[in-house]
Ligand binder design. Structure first.
Ligand code: FPP
Length: 248
């Protein structure tokens, strides 16, 4: 179906997911299939990022969270880590004007304080420069791990209890959420994972309790605007019950 019809259909349905999170998997396999180095898969993956940011804004998604680099990714070969970091650094600089032009606000979720100073500064600069934008929020999950995030929250809460700043009685879901990296960001409505793997890979463990999951076999560099719209249309046909009985 032509793209414009898909966009119209999504908007006519009305229930556009406010927050879409994506596990962008399959860059390595995409490169291997072509006999190329894994870094060329990541490079191609960045082109998909650009297309999907535009598509998300076009249909009215409010927040797009991309799993860009996990804590576990540090275990990869040094050359691959540098290639991903270099891409990130270059793109946060070269795409800044484009983000501004498109009214996109960049934010990051994860331990960005652990990135090298040059990369951290480039990222912080882009975050600051786009802070007043009112369109799509592009949230890069960077040096992110779900269990680490939960453990850090627990440690902070324990510290606040110990120093009498909060009472254990006050610890509920809302308070716990406010200790996470994602404080203030609503939970994802839809989580898309490319390249067929059926797992969460330590991504947004707390936040995805009631998120609708969508897995496609398409590798991330091949994931097109239409593939993204198909995922949203699929989401729009789901019956989200949050543990209650169906209202449909
Ligand atoms: C997963 O594919 C992908 C990553 C670990 C890195 C994703 C990063 C990018 C696309 C660059 C992002 C850049 C910006 C500016 C947001 P994989 O390597 O695990 O693939 P495989 O499972 O086929 O080996």
């Amino acid at each position: 179906m032509p793209r414009v019809n898909l966009v119209n259909r999504i908007q006519d349905n009305g229930n556009v997911p406010g927050h879409v999170a994506i596990i962008m998997d399959g860059n390595g396999r995409w490169a291997k299939k072509r006999g190329k180095p894994r870094s060329s898969g990541h490079k191609a993956g960045v082109e998909t990022v650009k297309a999907i940011v535009q598509s998300a804004a076009k249909v009215g998604v409010e927040i797009l969270t991309l799993f860009t680099f996990s804590i576990e990714n540090w275990k990869r070969p040094k050359a691959e880590i540098s290639a991903i970091m270099k891409l990130l650094y270059e793109k946060t600089r070269s795409e800044l004007d484009e983000l501004k032009k498109n009214n996109v606000r960049l934010i990051a979720t994860g331990r960005i304080d652990k990135l090298s100073i040059t990369r951290r500064n480039a990222l912080r600069h882009a975050i600051k420069e786009t802070a007043r934008n009112t369109g799509l929020v592009l949230n890069l999950a960077l040096n992110y791990g779900g269990r680490t995030e939960i453990l850090e929250a627990v440690k902070k809460i324990a510290g606040d209890v110990k120093h009498g700043r909060i009472s254990p009685k006050r610890i509920d879901e809302e308070l716990f959420s406010s200790y996470l990296y994602t404080k203030g960001i609503p939970d994802p409505d839809l989580l898309i994972r490319t390249s067929g793997e059926m797992r969460l890979s330590n991504f947004l463990l707390w936040q995805t309790s009631y998120t609708e999951l969508y897995v496609t076999d398409v590798l991330w560099p091949d994931f097109s605007e239409n593939d993204f719209y198909k995922a949203i249309l699929d989401y729009q046909n789901r019956d989200r019950r949050f543990g209650e009985l169906s209202t449909k």
